[in-house]
Design a protein. Structure first.
Length: 295
C-alpha cells in the first residue's frame, strides 16, 4: 500500500474510449458501484497523442540524478534514445512501465550508452535528483549491466521544461489528490517513445510490456532517422481511486468473471465436441468376428 495507506492507485486498460479492463494492486479487486463502469471524468484529459516526426525541445533544462544541469539534447546527436515520462513516486503504473522496459532491454543485444540512451523524465517538478538517483540504482541493478550506467539518465526539472516536453510528445496528464488529499499524484497514460539522433519522435510503444523484437527494430530504424507508423491506441491509465467507495473496481470483477465464463464455455465446448467425435468413431467401428479370432 502506498505510503502505508489503504488508498490504492489503479491501472485501467482501455481501447479508444471504451473501458475494457482495470488492474489494481494485488488483493484489492472488489465489487464497487455499478456507476463506475464508465470512464472516469479525470481520464478525459489524459491521453497519448502520437506526434511522430515531431522534434522534441532539445534545450529544456533538467537535472540528472547527480544534480548536474543538463539538456535533453546532451544525450542526442550520435545515437537514438528511448524516452519515458513518469514520476518516481508513482505507486503503481510507472514502476510497471520501467519494469517492462528493463525486462525487454535485457533481451535486446544493443546496450545503453553504446547503441542508444535511456532518458527517463519525471513529470513531477517536486521530485529531486536524490529520488532520481535511487531509481537509477534500482533499475541499473535490475538490468544487470553496471557498465552501461552512462547510458541511463533519470532527470527531474521545473514545470515549464516538463510541460514543453510533455506537449511535444503528446503526453497528457493531470494532477490528482493522493491518499492524504493533497495534490501529490498524477493521472497519466503509459507509453515510451523512440527518438532519432536529431531528436524527432520515431516510434511510440503503449502500455507497460514491450516486445524486445519491436524495440530492436525500432532502435535500428530510429538510428537511421526513419519514422514509424502510429500504433493502436490501447492505453493504460494510472489514477487513484477512493478506497472507501471502491470506485471503478466493479470493472475488474466483471472482466474477470467474463473471462472465467468464456474460458469455461470454450473448455466445455471442446470437451463436448471431442466426446461426440469419440462416440461416433466407436459406433462406426465394425464388430469383431469372434469365430475368426478364436480360430
Amino acid at each position: 500500500m502506498a505510503q502505508g495507506f489503504c488508498a490504492l492507485a489503479t491501472c485501467l486498460v482501455l481501447a479508444g474510449s471504451a473501458a475494457l479492463a482495470q488492474v489494481s494492486s494485488y488483493g484489492d479487486k472488489q465489487m464497487g458501484d455499478p456507476a463506475s463502469d464508465h470512464l472516469p471524468t479525470v481520464l478525459n484529459k489524459v491521453s497519448i497523442v502520437q506526434r511522430l516526426n515531431t522534434r522534441i525541445p532539445l534545450n529544456g533544462e533538467f537535472r540528472d540524478e547527480s544534480g548536474k544541469a543538463v539538456r535533453i539534447g546532451d544525450y542526442l546527436g550520435k545515437r537514438p534514445a528511448i524516452l519515458a515520462l513518469v514520476y518516481y513516486n508513482c505507486p503503481t503504473l510507472c514502476s510497471e512501465e520501467l519494469d517492462g522496459l528493463t525486462g525487454a532491454l535485457e533481451m535486446v543485444k544493443f546496450r545503453p550508452g553504446n547503441d542508444f540512451d535511456v532518458i527517463v523524465v519525471s513529470i513531477d517538478p517536486s521530485e529531486t535528483p536524490q529520488i532520481a538517483a535511487k531509481k537509477k540504482v534500482f533499475y541499473l541493478k535490475r538490468y544487470g549491466h553496471p557498465e552501461t550506467a552512462n547510458g541511463w539518465h533519470f532527470l527531474t526539472g521545473e514545470q515549464p521544461a516538463i510541460n514543453a516536453l510533455a506537449t511535444a510528445t503528446g503526453f497528457g496528464y493531470v494532477r490528482v489528490p493522493g491518499p492524504d488529499g493533497k495534490m501529490t499524484q498524477f493521472a497519466h497514460a503509459s507509453a515510451i517513445q523512440l527518438l532519432t539522433p536529431d531528436g524527432r519522435l520515431s516510434q511510440y510503444y503503449l502500455g507497460v510490456e514491450y516486445s524486445p523484437k519491436d524495440l530492436r527494430i525500432g532502435l535500428v530504424e530510429a538510428s537511421e532517422g526513419k519514422i514509424g507508423s502510429p500504433v493502436d491506441a490501447i492505453l493504460t491509465y494510472c489514477y487513484r481511486y477512493d478506497p472507501m467507495l471502491n470506485r471503478h473496481s466493479l470493472v475488474v470483477a466483471r472482466v474477470v468473471q467474463l473471462g472465467c465464463v468464456l474460458t469455461m464455455f470454450c473448455l466445455g465446448g471442446y470437451m463436448v465436441v471431442m466426446f461426440r467425435r469419440d462416440l461416433k468413431q466407436k459406433k462406426a467401428m465394425p464388430l469383431p468376428n469372434w469365430k475368426n479370432v478364436i480360430g
